[in-house]
Design a protein around this ligand. Structure first.
Ligand SMILES: [Zn+2]
Ligand SMILES: [Zn+2]
Length: 219
């Protein structure tokens, strides 16, 4: 396999940031930017002499975009879905809501960043010499997207689905029926041997979740 993926759980919710590198390339891509990703991942990227080209944001929840501004400063193109424009580009407008749930977060933990490219269902992003297909998977969050590479059989799914679980739908913009529909029509339609790399916890596969996910049964 040409693509190498390293999962780095960071921040108060152990949100997975993924570092993507490819054999023979000095470029790298990062998926999601939890608190601490700027310091930890960018330091590691620099130490290895790599150039980060893109930050893929799976959705606009704070634990996935907290350090996005650091990747922007480092020269990354920021990729996200327009439905999450407010939490990504104007996080300060939803800061008090987060701070009421997570009172230990300081104002400095809320930094917006400008998105370079808004993507939607069916779009593709070229990075690391690979083509990533975008699928819109709302339900956990309105701007939830997945990044799928068919050649390497990998899909970065954010908080839409987890190993034996699914994303919560009780946060603003969440919708259970929509999430179930997203999983059935946008995730379970990927080949069974596709690796699902979620925003929290362990990697799984489409086939494994179709067989045993207790919340999202195939239609
Ligand atoms: Zn989330
Ligand atoms: Zn999350």
């Amino acid at each position: 396999m040409n693509l190498r993926i390293e999962a780095v759980p960071l921040g108060p919710f152990e949100t997975n940031a993924y570092l993507l590198t490819a054999e023979g390339s000095k470029e790298c891509v990062v998926v999601d930017a939890p608190k601490g990703a700027g310091e930890n991942l960018l330091g590691e990227i620099k130490a290895r002499g790599l150039t980060p080209t893109h930050l893929f944001i799976t959705h606009g929840h704070w634990d996935h975009m907290c350090d996005a501004a650091d990747f922007k400063t480092a020269g990354c193109k920021i990729i996200a879905h327009l439905a999450d424009q407010i939490p990504i580009e104007q996080i300060e407008t939803v800061r008090t809501r987060y701070q009421s749930m997570l009172p230990w977060l300081t104002d400095e933990d809320f930094r917006s960043t400008k998105v370079d490219r808004w993507v939607d269902e069916g779009d593709t992003v070229e990075a690391l010499g690979l083509t990533f297909e975008i699928r819109h998977v709302p339900g956990h969050c309105p701007g939830s997207i997945l990044f799928y590479n068919a050649q390497e059989k990998v899909s970065f799914v954010g908080d839409a689905i987890f190993k034996n679980s699914v994303g919560r739908t009780d946060l603003p913009g969440g919708n259970w029926n929509q999430l179930l529909q997203s999983i059935r029509t946008r995730i379970y339609t990927l080949p069974d041997d596709t690796h699902l790399l979620p925003g929290h916890g362990d990697t799984t596969t489409v086939g494994a979740e179709k067989a045993s996910n207790p919340y999202a049964k195939p239609a």
